[in-house]
Design a protein. Sequence first.
Length: 151
Amino acid sequence: MTIQEKFDLKGKTAIVTGGSGLLGAEFCRTLAEGGANVVVADIDSDAAQKTAQGLADAGFSASSFGLDVTRKESAEEMVSETLKKFGSLDILVNSAALDPKFDATASEKGIAPGAFEDYPLEDFKAAVDVNLTGMFIVTQACVKPMGAAGK
């Protein structure tokens, strides 16, 4: 038995938050290559659509959703749309994150690269809201149908 056979994801549906990001897009591709239906969820709906279209063009099953992980209603709508389109929800990858190392506007904000002492409190709070609270909100929305399906 090959590794691909052991990790066959045919018939499974995966949501990847931050799905058009650096890591998220790779998670999407890997899940799609394993056979999963992939929902590319990202606050940048255009980028999510582009990533999903690239997967579809390569012969994979993918769709996109413009997700704001900080809004419970957005997460619940994403789950509802996923269930309507694919009939199940089996996998969640919480990849959405704000990372100041990749903030192209950091120097414009007066933040020296890697300078903790200069990092604005507002940016820190935004990162906590996305990276921690967002993961909580999305996971909470996803586990309801997963639990109901016995997963």
